[in-house]
Design a protein around this ligand. Structure first.
Ligand SMILES: Cc1cc2nc3c(=O)[nH]c(=O)nc-3n(C[C@H](O)[C@H](O)[C@H](O)COP(=O)(O)O)c2cc1C
Length: 158
């Protein structure tokens, strides 16, 4: 199946609507508003109960989410640009503000508010993420280029 063409179809996030979601402490969606469903192409029911990575786009570097989670786990809120994948394989860009929800002083959930991104920033972030992703792909591919001797040496260590 060739979905590469669909991947280029962008959905614009409207200025006057907020995409809202909440997750449990493991990142599973506990609440999604209608705007989130509309922009992502899913039904609210299809989103609730799923890991938030349901809308993860392959263009997003791993390091962005690593930083997101370490920021949240240190008790701080995280702001950043995310390219998300729609159910139909199209995409949409958001600026996300993700933070903890506290009940009687205890962290119980996370919440995310998202707003639209201007064209210039989308281009800048796409380029930035392409560079990050390529660097990540390279570092994880190095192992394929080991010679037999090197591979043997590594096998001895692990
Ligand atoms: C409240 C909240 C909102 C999130 N929103 C998104 C999002 O819009 N898109 C996304 O790809 N990941 C989002 N994440 C991060 C995902 O949980 C996940 O870490 C990410 O999609 C990468 O997937 P992976 O951890 O399975 O590699 C969110 C996490 C939290 C806690």
């Amino acid at each position: 199946m060739d979905t590469s063409f669909d991947m280029f179809i962008e959905t614009e996030v409207p200025e006057n609507e907020l995409i809202i979601s909440r997750t449990d402490l493991g990142g599973r969606i506990t609440h999604a508003n209608e705007t989130f469903a509309k922009i992502s192409g899913y039904e609210v029911d299809e989103l609730v109960g799923k890991p938030h990575s349901i809308v993860r786009h392959p263009d997003m570097p791993k390091s962005v989410f690593k930083e997101l989670w370490s920021t949240l786990k240190s008790g701080k809120s995280w702001q950043g640009y995310i390219k998300n994948r729609r159910k139909d394989n199209g995409y949409y860009w958001v600026h996300a503000d993700i933070s903890g929800v506290y009940k009687d002083g205890a962290l119980v959930e996370y919440k995310a508010l998202r707003s639209p991104v201007d064209r210039e920033t989308k281009i800048k972030m796409q380029n930035h993420y392409d560079v990050l992703r390529k660097a990540e792909e390279k570092s994880s591919r190095v192992v394929l280029y080991l010679t037999d001797e090197q591979l043997e040496a590594v096998a001895k260590i692990i």
